[in-house]
Every structure is written in C-alpha cells, then in structure tokens.
Ligand binder design. Structure first.
Ligand code: 13P
Ligand code: SF4
Length: 319
C-alpha cells in the first residue's frame, strides 16, 4: 500500500542520514527484507547476519530479527550502536535456557566442551566454549568429536538430536525447543508428500525427528533457499517459518512452494509456521527506532568479553 511505501522510503532516508545499515533475517516482514537489500544491508541466516554486522563499516547496525541476533551483533562490535525495532522480540529457545540454570548444568559436567546454539542470551554464551548456528553446527561438532571431545549441548533438543545422529558424538543435551518448528507434524507431512510425489522436502533442523527424517534437504534458512534456487524439482515442501517464502518466491519465481503441515491453523495455534517474535519487526517501529535512536542493545562488558570468545571461534572456523 501507499502507506507502507511511504514508511519504507522514510526508513531508507533515515538509514542513510544516520550512516546505518539494516541486517535482516529471512523470517521478518518481506518489506524489511526488501529494504535491507535495497539499502546496502543484508537478509540472511543468523551466521551471516553476525559476520556481516561485524565486518560492515557503518557505525549503526539495525537488526531486524530477534534479540539474540542484536546481542550477537553488539558482542562482536561493542563500538557500534546496535538498534532493534522491538527488544521484546525474544525466542523460545533463549527463554527456555536461563543463564543460572545453565551454569549449574555446566558446573556439573566440567569434562565436556560446552556448545551453545546462537539462539541464547549473552550470559549463556559467556559460559560456552563454542557458539554454533544451524549452518555450521554439524561441522563444528564433527570436528570436536573427531578430536575426542565430549559435548554439552544447549538448548535445542531437535537440532541436538539431529547432530548427534549425524556425527555419533557423545552429547549431553538441554531440553529446549523452538515453538514454531516444534509444531510441524510428521504424519501430516507424509500425507502431503503423497499428494505431491515430485516435490522435494526442505526442513530446518529445529523440527521434530518425524519431520527431519522425511527431508531431502536439512539445513539453515540460507541452505533451504539455496536448495530451492538450485534444485531441479518443480515443487518444494517447506518446513520452516513461512516468512522465508518471500525470498524464495523472489529468487525462484517459477517454482511451486508448499508450506509443511502444522498441528493447527492460525486460529488455534499462535506460533504455527510463523514466529510471533520475528513478527514484532515492522516498518513503523523500524522508522521509530531510527528516528529516536532506541531501543538500543546493551550488553554488560564483563559478559560481553566472555561471550565474544565462543562467537569469534565459530566465525574463524567457518571463515
Ligand atoms: P538460521 O540460522 O537457520 O537462520 O535459523 C535461525 C532461527 O531462529 C531459526 O528458527
Ligand atoms: Fe526462536 Fe523459533 Fe522464533 Fe527462530 S523461529 S527465533 S528458533 S522461536
């Protein structure tokens, strides 16, 4: 609509005026993804968001995603100003892994390498040896396993189980889940596949085992987009947040994209196929945050210094 176009133009002007760059995730409002790309920013998975924010010369980063993404940007670039449209945009994995409980878990297993998913607080990262995202977890855990290390894993149990099964590593796991991916259903997916026999099944590894085991491709959001762009099949069943369809449609306009089935529909299930926290990012609060210079992400310096180690280690490993 015209109003959305006005807001997008206003946001683009403000980004330029404040020497700011927009770093967006594939699950946010398509208008924000388009704006990021049109103004020299990026839309990507969480690994490349972290790298891009660290390496970009802009003094202000505006992160359109969830809180852990803003915190990671700040941890890597303490000298930059990191703004987010809404600091209440959290993640069920982060909420389900409180730092003090996690510290007790680590204290009880000092012989293990602590590997945490990006979707955690700065305080949890401060206790970790390694941070991983869905795009590098397999490689990093394989490497640790090959070196004879035992692992303490947190917080996503589905991703952890998948990595454990693929690598054979000794992994002690936290019991967390993503409320969005946890809703994808294996039995319903099987029925849907029967209706679309030529379709490839693309699954984010935060999904349950019954869904992952039917996948043709398991991977991060960037990996799933690449699979659609490069795949020779005409149709794809997509088991991840449906915000990703915006970019998939742009990059692979001729292909049929089908959403994987969830337990309920939007009337019965608030988190089905779309993350309620990613959805807190919009054009209006983006304009507000650029205009007012807040909300801004702050990370306590002692925590930041400790958390930086495990993130830098991951970025070096994947460089
Ligand atoms: P990616 O790193 O694959 O983009 O995943 C982030 C996320 O929050 C998925 O739910
Ligand atoms: Fe967290 Fe799931 Fe939302 Fe990703 S989709 S931010 S894992 S709640």
């Amino acid at each position: 609509t015209a109003q959305r176009q006005d807001l997008a133009t206003r946001a683009a002007d403000l980004l330029k005026q404040h020497n700011a760059v927009l770093v967006a995730h594939y699950y946010v409002d398509g208008a924000l993804q388009d704006l990021a790309l049109a103004t020299g920013g990026i839309v990507s998975d969480s690994l490349e968001m972290a790298r891009f924010g660290r390496d970009h010369a802009a003094q202000t980063l505006v992160v359109a995603g969830v809180r852990f993404m803003g915190e990671t940007a700040k941890i890597l670039s303490p000298e930059k100003r990191v703004l987010m449209p809404d600091l209440d945009a959290t993640c069920s994995l982060d909420l389900g892994c409180p730092a003090d409980d996690f510290a007790r878990f680590c204290d009880a297993h000092p012989d293990r390498q602590v590997v945490v998913y990006a979707n955690t607080s700065a305080a949890v990262k401060a206790r970790a040896d390694w941070m991983v995202t869905s795009s590098c977890a397999l490689d990093i855990v394989s490497d640790l396993h090959a070196k004879g290390q035992k692992i303490l894993w947190a917080p996503d149990r589905h991703l952890g189980r998948y990595i454990q099964e693929q690598t054979g590593a000794d992994m002690l796991m936290w019991n967390g889940a993503c409320i969005v991916h946890d809703e994808f259903k294996g039995l319903e997916l099987q029925l849907l596949r029967e209706q679309h026999p030529g379709a490839l099944v693309l699954v984010h590894p935060e999904s349950p085992e019954s869904v992952v085991e039917q996948a043709d491709v398991v991977g991060s959001t960037s990996a799933l987009i690449k699979a659609v762009v490069e795949g020779s099949a005409p149709a794809y069943i997509v088991a991840t947040d449906n915000g990703i369809l915006h970019r998939m449609r742009q990059l692979a306009p001729g292909k049929t994209l089908i959403e994987a089935p969830t337990a309920g529909n939007s009337a019965t299930c608030k988190s089905c196929a779309h993350c309620p926290w990613m959805a807190m990012n919009g054009l209006a609060n983006l304009v507000d945050c650029l205009q007012g210079g807040q909300p801004e992400i702050h990370v306590d310096e002692a925590t930041r210094v400790k958390a930086e180690r495990c993130i830098t280690r991951m970025l070096d490993f994947t460089a």
